[in-house]
Each structure stands twice: as C-alpha cells, then as structure tokens.
Design a protein around this ligand. Sequence first.
Ligand code: FMN
Ligand code: MN
Length: 470
Amino acid sequence: MSKAKANWYDMREFLEYLDKKGDLHRIGDEVDPDWEINGITRIGLQEHGPAIQFDRIKGCDYPMVTNLLGTDRRFLAALGMEHWSTFNDEWCRRTAVPVKPRIVSSAPCQEVVLEGDEIDLDRICNTIWHQYDGGRFPGTLSVSITKDRETGVHNAGIYRMGTLGKNKLGWGAPEYTHGRQHYIQYERHGEPMPMAVVTGYDPTVFIVASTRTPPNVDEFEIAGGLRGEPLDMVKCQSVDIFVPATCEFVFEGFVRPAHREIEGGFGEYTGYYGEARSNPVFEVTRVTMRKNPIYLGAREQWYPSESAFAVGKSSQAVAYQTIKALVPGVLDLRCDVTYEAIVKIDKLFPGHAQQVMDAVWGATYARYKHVIVVDKDIDIWDYDSVHWALSTRVRADRDVNILPRRAGQWLDPAVSLREKGWQTGLGIDATMCTEEYEFWGEKAPRTVDDPQIVDRTLAKWGSKLTWRKR
Ligand SMILES: Cc1cc2nc3c(=O)[nH]c(=O)nc-3n(C[C@H](O)[C@H](O)[C@H](O)COP(=O)(O)O)c2cc1C
Ligand SMILES: [Mn+2]
C-alpha cells in the first residue's frame, strides 16, 4: 500500500505509508526529553522534513511520534488529496452530509489498562516542548472528548495540557471553546464533568479535532465524511463517553467544578509564549491503551508547524463553507494559522468585498482579524500574486476598513494582557475599482497577461521548452 487515502484504519497504517514514502525518520538512540525532542522536532519542522519517531525517551515507557502532519504533503496525504487549490471544495463535498460513527464493542485502544497508583503521567510523556515552558506538557495533540450535559452531543477539541501531578493535568480550554462550554454547564450544576482524552489516532481525527465548527456539531461525524466511511468508536470503561477505537492512548477521568490551578506558560501556535493561566484540572482515573502503544505529540510555533496546518487549514475549509453560503461570488479562501483570511471573489456589485469582510468577522467564530479580498484573476495560493493586488488595486483611504473592539482570540500577541480577548478587524478591499472607472465611462486598466499567446505558444513549442515541468 503506497497510495494516499482518507480512510486510514489507525495511526500505524498512516506511519507505514509514510515509511514507504521515506517520510518517517526513526531515532533509536535515547533522547533527553528536556531538550532533544524540542530541538530535533523544531529542525524537522523548519526544514519541511519527515515525521519523526523517538523510540527511546529517557524516563519514559513508550515511543513518541512528532511532526505527523507538519508539511503540506503529509497534511494533504492524510486526506488523500494533492493540491491546496482544490482542498476547500473537496472538503465541502465530503462533509456536506455528516457520517455517524459505527459503535464497536471491543477495541484495540482498550487492550491494556492502568489504574490508580499505576498511573504516572511522566512515564507516558515527559517532554519539554519549548525552552521556557513552565513544565512538561503531555497534552499537545491530546483530543478532549466531552458531552453536552443536556443533549449528549459529543465534542472533540485539542486543548493543551500540562502535568500538575502523577494523574493531574491542567486543561487549557478557554471560554470560547466548545469543551470549556460543556464544562461551564456541569460547573453551574456543581457536578464534575466526565472526560476522555485520546492521542495517537488516525489522522482524520487529528484534523477534525482542530476544526472550529459551529457549536453542537459532533466532530466525529465530520471525520466520517472526510474518511468516506464511519469512524469506529467504543465506549470508555469508566466514563460514559465514546472514543475512536483504534487510538493508541485513552485517558479517562473528570474535571471537578470550581477548582483551578496555575499552569504554563507555554510556547503557543502564534509563535510566542503565552502566560501562565489559572485552568481547570483534569484528574485521570484510568488509562487504557493498545499493546506497544505509540504516543503522539507536537511542538507548537507559527508556520511551518502542526498547528499551522491542522488548525489553519481545517478552519479555513469551514470558514469557506460558511462564507460561500452567506455571500454570492465567493470562489476560494486561504488562511494560514494566524489571523489573516484572503478571500477570492467574482466581484458582482459595489460593496461586495465589504460584505465578505462583514461575513468573515461575523460568522467565523472570532478566528480572523485581517481580511483581504481579491479578484478572481489573483492566485491566492501565491503570496506574490496577493501582494501584487495589494500594491496595485488598493487606495488606502477608500479601501481600508477598520472595525474596533470585536471578540477575538485570547492569544493574540498584539494585544496586552489588560485587553486580552479583544481584537480589531482590518479589512482590505484589494479588488480593482472597476465600478469607479465605469461610472466615468472608462475601462479599468487591462492586466499584462496574454493567455491566448501562451496557449498558442504551448501548442507549438510546449514539448521543446525542456525546462518546463509537465
Ligand atoms: C497542536 C495543537 C494544540 C492546540 N492547543 C490549543 C489550546 O491549548 N487551546 C485552545 O483553545 N485551542 C488549541 N488548539 C486549537 C483547537 O484545537 C481548535 O480551536 C478546535 O477547534 C477546538 O475545538 P472546539 O472548536 O470544539 O472547541 C490546538 C490545536 C493544535 C493542532
Ligand atoms: Mn467543537
């Protein structure tokens, strides 16, 4: 098997695929979790290198994989895709109808069980991911699975978790996340919230758990859509929550109401350290796992990083889906992890670009603060093309829109602690002002591009221009 696809059985099948492609690097020498995993993972990301498996980690009982989806090629391969230019439309097509999980009664993820004093988080993952982190963070690709207290709908979200004791983890889910909103329901009733945390899963679980969807959406049904077949799930042993059957590790436990502990700081997806925070605490009462399990973790930073791909691209696809449903003429949308959305439109009326900005700000869950709108001739997958539009089609006094004081991302480094949670919207209409030219009976300038000449040339000369990639 060496073809990419979307219905991976588990993480091991995906690793085997990567190995065959020469895209998995295994390190058999013992590594120091205080700095070597950080260093090697960082260099690998920076150089768009392979996924990395650390087989022997000092003080730890299990191997760990990093950089699983840390490049364009691996992220796309995880979904059986090849190009970003068709990614959004393909995502929308596959996820148009939710596909419910298939419930199984026995599962690989419950082959081995640890309980009570047998649980020691440091022996499972003890990595310092970034030099100035305030502790060990086993939870980087840990998917928190919770249930709406009233409706029972499951949610899956990746929220960072730092070790606070042998079976205690800080839970870094801010108030605007769905996991935290579930917790607020339990806390209002003075009840502990049952929770399962999983890692080492088939890559579509990774992707959907990073996806910002509207509330009350079960991310595992999106996974089913992306996979083209249902995800197998099994009921946990000690909490009433379902987890992906083939994942490597399951942590079962609860989050107590009205209890907080200080956790962090931590190197974040923005590329800056976030402050230490007072967070709810996840108490682990049981660990189930596969035989010879493989842990999964990530170093965070700006592009290239796993957050940049997983959060950036999955949320991009959902934002595209939403904006396309609200505004006519939307052709494509690009966003890397940080806060900029670039939207390509077929401009139909004056104010069209501004309507796109309003829709992005209003309907994409406080994800984007900067919105750039371009015409249909711009290639949004090429930043040179976007910058050409910005410098040749924008008149700042007319085309720049500023929207102060909107609900935004908590970690925005441009906002001081005092104002955290607030962001200012910047919208740039980088479409050509054709309507102004037309008002004066003129035509907008024609771009220097001669597609018919290019077509004629290729027909006659194509095979002789040997530098060209076919
Ligand atoms: C490696 C990684 C780490 C992440 N860490 C956090 C985090 O600590 N807190 C957070 O709010 N989101 C974090 N995210 C992003 C969330 O997973 C994402 O916003 C997701 O949509 C949350 O799920 P929800 O929308 O169901 O709340 C992380 C994503 C990745 C890929
Ligand atoms: Mn959610």
